[in-house]
Design a protein around this ligand. Structure first.
Ligand code: G1P
Ligand code: ZN
Length: 544
């Protein structure tokens, strides 16, 4: 076994986005592409000598090959020990769990989250730091800078490691431990939730749930949690074997892509709870019988009911939501007398708040919810949280949400995505909005009057770092709001996201179809941003 130093030249497109570097698989398969990025990660970290790293991914195509490369490069870069998931599998929340449990220096997670997989699908790689969360911008910028100047990388010349079962190996002086990544995750969940109560509910014969893992990473975790530990009948978890191409599907738990589950929950004799999670297991969708819970509402309901859950019964330090997420949780926080933080899109901004004990629960409108138990959003955690609430309250999902609206009012909410539009006009659309945002206050559109508008900028209350240009917000005097931003995770062209929200305190008005309730604002969004004109599209590709 020898360490080989390989000469290379920089790639110009290795800037990490909202959640690491994501590209189509063929891009990653170019000679040196993965290696350059991995070496840039290693070069940006202070002192790898003897440190522990966690490595694994969501099982998508190229996961196994990439892991072998990373192991060999880690060994050549003086890493002391690598904990790698059996079969290369680590859900993002489980990786965060294990980084924290073993006090690792960090972890390399291979995933493109909800983007499709397979030979022509997407692949991704991101670095998480010691607290188990995504690397902050300071580190991702350092990695990007390094990718621009890299001239060589180091790799061990040696045979592949067998990842099929738990075991210990040596690569030079580096130890490789292949571990079962499900067990530590289940253990952590047992410290937070009342497993006995949930078990009583799931085995009562009066309650049925359906969990759709969408052929992605949560399958093994969901089987272990719901069927093995919590007594749900076999078959409760569907599509529970991770496949390299996610069965050809789009592993995104929303009404569009999790349609099989939606059909079951909106069909005859529907179960009481439906849940789905995404490619790498950090997102979740919650459905009741013939009822969809928006992620923004889910965060609000979890916050309002946290006192029923063992892990959170002593109260919440605060809550945080990303800027485009609806303000439903703000109302709960106000009532509880706790702080509510509004952060830019992306989980990395929650890390500091959680570390500083300023927030306990966090969430995003994009089907992500989590807490201070780890530093990533956590799909199965959210499902367990809902199950625990249902087990304590003995009411249906719909009844719980309706009661919530009655108490706090309803935030009608929807996101319209225009995927794969041309980058240039998409940027022009945003530039135009940005130039308008400064002086829209007081402007009247029909009966909507602009209360404020800006390009969202965030000053981290813990380290003072400033993140600018995080999306155009236009708020109206009646509490409704339109937000425009471009996706930072897409891999083809640009994706324009338009977030539309209105607030309805009157319970007699809580039964309107969401798109109908938001219709005037949806029209207004197009009028203000000239979406049709810039994108050439007359409707969004995905509505959630
Ligand atoms: C999207 C979501 C964002 C989430 C991220 C990673 O990012 O909108 O909330 O944190 O995926 O899962 P975007 O493509 O909008 O930049
Ligand atoms: Zn994800």
């Amino acid at each position: 076994m020898t360490i080989r130093t390989v000469a290379t030249t920089p790639f110009t497109d290795q800037k990490p986005g909202t959640s690491g570097l994501r590209k189509a698989v063929p891009v990653f398969q170019q000679p040196h592409y993965l290696e350059n990025f991995v070496q840039s990660i290693f070069d940006s970290l202070d002192g790898l000598l003897g440190q522990t790293l966690v490595v694994g991914g969501d099982g998508r195509y190229y996961n196994r090959e990439a892991i072998q490369v990373i192991l060999k490069m880690a060994a050549a870069n003086d890493v002391g020990r690598i904990l790698v998931g059996c079969n290369g599998i680590f859900s993002t929340p489980a990786a965060s769990t294990v980084i924290r449990k073993y006090n690792a220096l960090g972890g390399i997670i291979l995933s493109a989250s909800h983007n499709p997989g397979g030979p022509n699908g997407d692949f991704g790689i991101k670095y998480n730091v010691t607290n188990g969360g995504p690397a902050p911008e300071k580190i991702t910028s350092a990695i990007f800078e390094r990718t621009k100047t890299i001239r060589e990388y180091k790799i061990f010349d040696t045979a592949d490691i067998n990842l099929d079962r738990p075991g210990s190996f040596k690569l030079g002086t580096m130890e490789v431990e292949v571990i079962d990544s499900v067990a530590p995750y289940v253990e952590l969940m047992q410290t937070l939730f009342d497993f006995d109560k949930i078990k009583a509910l799931l085995s009562s014969g009066n309650f049925r749930m359906c969990m759709d893992s969408l052929h992605a990473v949560t399958g093994p975790y969901a089987h272990a949690l719901f069927e093995k530990h919590l007594g749900a009948p076999e078959g409760t978890v569907q599509n529970g074997t991770p496949l390299e191409d996610f069965g050809g599907g789009h592993p995104d738990p929303n009404l569009v892509y999790a349609h099989d589950l939606v059909e079951i929950l909106f069909g005859e004799n529907a179960p009481d709870l439906g849940a789905a999670s995404d490619g790498d297991g950090d997102r979740n969708m919650i459905l009741g019988r013939k009822f969809f819970v928006t992620p923004s509402d889910s965060l609000a309901v979890l916050t309002a009911n946290a006192k029923l859950i063992p892990g959170y019964q002593d109260g919440l330090a605060g809550v945080a939501r990303s800027m485009p997420t609806s303000a439903a949780v703000d109302r709960v926080a106000e009532k509880l007398g706790i702080d509510c933080y509004e952060t830019p899109t992306g989980w990395k901004f929650f890390g500091n708040l959680l570390d500083a004990g300023k927030a306990t629960l966090c969430g995003e409108e994009s089907f992500g919810t989590g807490s201070n138990h780890i530093r990533e959003k956590d799909g199965l955690w959210a499902v367990l949280f809902w199950l625990n609430i249902l087990a304590v309250r003995g009411e249906s999902v719909e009844a719980i949400v309706r009661e919530h609206w009655k108490e706090y009012g309803r935030n009608y909410y929807s996101r319209h995505d225009y995927e794969e539009v041309k980058s240039e006009p998409a940027n022009e659309l945003m530039d135009r909005l940005r130039s308008m945002a400064g002086d829209m206050k007081g402007k009247q559109y029909g009966h909507y009057e602009v209360a404020y508008s800006d390009d969202f900028s965030y000053t981290d209350p813990v380290d003072g770092s400033v993140s600018q240009k995080q999306g155009i917000r236009i708020g109206f005097t009646d509490g409704s709001r339109i937000v425009f931003r471009l996706s930072g995770t897409g891999t083809k062209g640009a994706t324009l996201r338009v977030y539309i929200e209105s607030y309805e305190p009157d319970a007699s008005q809580h039964d309107i179809d969401t798109q109908k309730a938001l219709e005037p604002l949806i029209k207004l969004a197009d009028e203000i941003a000239k979406i049709k004109e810039f994108t050439g599209r007359d409707k969004p590709t995905v509505i959630t």
